[in-house]
Design a protein around this ligand. Sequence first.
Ligand code: BGC
Length: 898
Amino acid sequence: MSQTPHADPALRVSFLRTEYLVNPLGLDAERPRLSWRLDADGRGAVQTAWQILVASSEDALTARDGDLWDSGIVESAETAQVPYGGRAVAPRQRAWWAVRVWDGNGIASAWSDPAFWERGFGALTDWQGNWIGLPGIAPDASIPEAAELDALLPVSYFRQAFAVAGEVVRARLTVTARGVYEARLNGAKVGDQVLAPGWTDYDRRIQVQTFDVTAAIVAGENAIGAMVATGWYAGYVGFEPGARHYGTVPQLLAQLEIELADGTRQVIATDGAWRASAGPIRYSDFLMGEYHDARLDTPGWDAPGFDDRAWGGVQVHNRNAVPLVGDSSEPVRTLDEIAPIARTQPEPGTWIFDLGQNIAGWARLKATGPAGTTIRLRFAEILNPDGTLYITNLRSARATDTFILAGTGEEVFEPHFSWHGFRYVEVTGYPGEPGVEAVTAVFVGSDTRQVGSFTCSDELVNQLQRNIVWGQRDNFLSIPTDCPQRDERLGWLGDAQVFVGTAVGNMDVAAFFTKWMQDVVDAQSEAGVFPDVAPRLVDLAEGAPAWADCGVIVPWTIWQTYGDTAIIQRHWPAMERYLDWLVTTNPNLLWQQGRHNDFGDWLSIAADTDKELIGTAYMAYDARLMAEMAEAIGREHEAGRYRRLHEDIAAAFCAAYVREDGTIAGETQTAYVLALHVHLLPVDLRPIAAKHLVDDIAAKGDHLSTGFVGVSYLCHVLTAHGYPEVAYRLLHQTTFPSWKYSILHGATTIWERWDGWTEEKGFQDPGMNSFNHYSLGSVGEWLRRRVAGIDNAPGETGFRHLRIAPVLDDSLAWAEGTYESIRGLIRSRWERSADGLTLAVTVPANVTAEVVLPGAALDMVREGGVPVAEADGVTGAWDEEGNTIVTVGSGDYAFTAA
Ligand code: BGC
């Protein structure tokens, strides 16, 4: 135990969040969950109680008058997911809140800075307007590609002028589209989102955004406008010829509510009085690109005083019963700008700009030239050997932006409702020679906060980590898409489930996956089967093994990561229905019936794992996770039932596929990985199976053969069963197939397939060859949890009690991981030198950790230069395996072991 009493660290409270979001507007939740972060200097800080005040005004909060809720002092260490317990907050009302906490000595912190949430206006009946569309909207026959691809509709423009009779004290615009929209007020864009309202199944629910537009509205004349394009609703998404998945006419629904100083309320809602027109954007489609003829621009169309006599009326489409729900996750935004690193001219007049990074987004183009000059931009991830664009792998996605100059001097273009996946931008038709500054790449995605990092002494592994993070950032756009470049961009459940454990370590994806899990449940079939893709597109089937199971794995992972049991509660019935379907359809507990698209260990390399075996392993995995989740929400009876189900499936699995010598049918790496990861083997067979796995890797020359499914647990299983050095060998492998092979051949993202390009064969079949798929990057979870060693302690969730246990290897001199958990920043950095091992650890306030110093005898371990026994706030012990395990509270620690 500590010899010197540690200083008494005062707690500071910050980063207040409501339902994972900072100061959200338009929130639906009536009892939102509140979270905060604690900081403290010194060691061993704990929270013993909290008090939350919620007030109906900022003034009341400042006066410490919790007129909506004064929780009183609640003895609790909890800092996350505390449910609001006060009076009902009315639709449109803003609730201000602050929190203070007490430390281990009963000393109160200062009150936090104020935060708020504001409710949306709720029920469908509160909407006063209707959907409006452009009457007679049809492809522009003068543009050949629009005539040919008949979902390439002109962008619809809507406007409404209105007068405001006095000083505005509050104004909110609540808006959405069947399609994608950009809202405008008095000549300026509203908010900073792009591609709103985001993707949901538009037949099941449509998200709405709420903006505070108080400052944008003036006394006197005003105008509101919006541009609406086809987007996910009516444009091209998914495979050829996939368009018009939900409807044919893009439509706008908006309600602007204004309150004046004299108490008057004014509502402007989309209705038959609005004006509409097509405009300069002759089409703007996700897959096909944008066509913008600037000669047709009508500046001022979104401002008062515009002469809209040439515009027509709107077509009013009645509202149906589809719920309109407040947007509950981070919006899609432009996240960064990237300047090209090189410009080439492979053919006269064809300019290619290289960004040095494969991204999702678009290019901003600057040009000066005569009116009518047509400049064309095309996009690719890769170049042909002759330096021209390789676009065959885009399939039917034309990914072509066309800009026609108005001849007004320097003109700047960027598409509004299209995005591409690319590293290279080809420019043709440019007037003269474009300077390298003519093109800027704009990176676009869901604005999830970066929370993790991983670095180490091996530069190729660092590049792998960067590729994993880019793969995530490029593909998390409203939903977890599979790839940003070709005609697909679907929310494949298999991809998402293998990667979610990695994703949570890179970005704060709590709200993102909470939203998408609703899409998954919306797509569950009548029979109870989760789908292959969510939102489910018409032609895609019920889910296959390892795809459908995402519906159980995602809630489990969100609970593990954020301590969030609400996601389990909310989806428990859906998950139970799925398990019931599985077991009823396969009463012998082998997944033989209903494997639907049956993808197997998708894109494995020369190793076909039996698909029934994969399914059965996943069925057992589901049962195990269900048992854990049942316990977390107090369903003891179900927990027991699912535990027995897991055992029964394991027995069926062994009887069907496992031989006495510990070999498993098919003898593939994935078969062994699944059997071990899912705990399907009796204890005595586990080391034998692990040895078979290791032997197979060795027989393949230290190569993996796993696809999407097997690779996600491969390194974990090797590490857990005593072969970390084999996992490291796979990590460092540079010959095909391996992660480093792609990096040595120029990858800046994770490739869809191990053999996307090989020295022997060149490019894989362009029918399915993306260079920006995140799935095979699922090794990121192992880097964080095992190499850096940042993890929950066994049986714990939400990073309340940590286990920092890095797994060292001679191949790395040092490694460092950081992770800003829901309870604060965790850091683990180890380094080996001739003098021994150093391990620097940061534990957030109010969190405890057991820190494992591998292979170090307790009497050789020092912290801050003194023996563990003398160190402040540190308790040490030695385990049977010869490691030192110390227990610490919050703070920074510097361990050394000679
Ligand atoms: C997608 C995947 C997906 C797979 C299903 C592909 O077209 O890009 O990532 O999981 O189909 O087999």
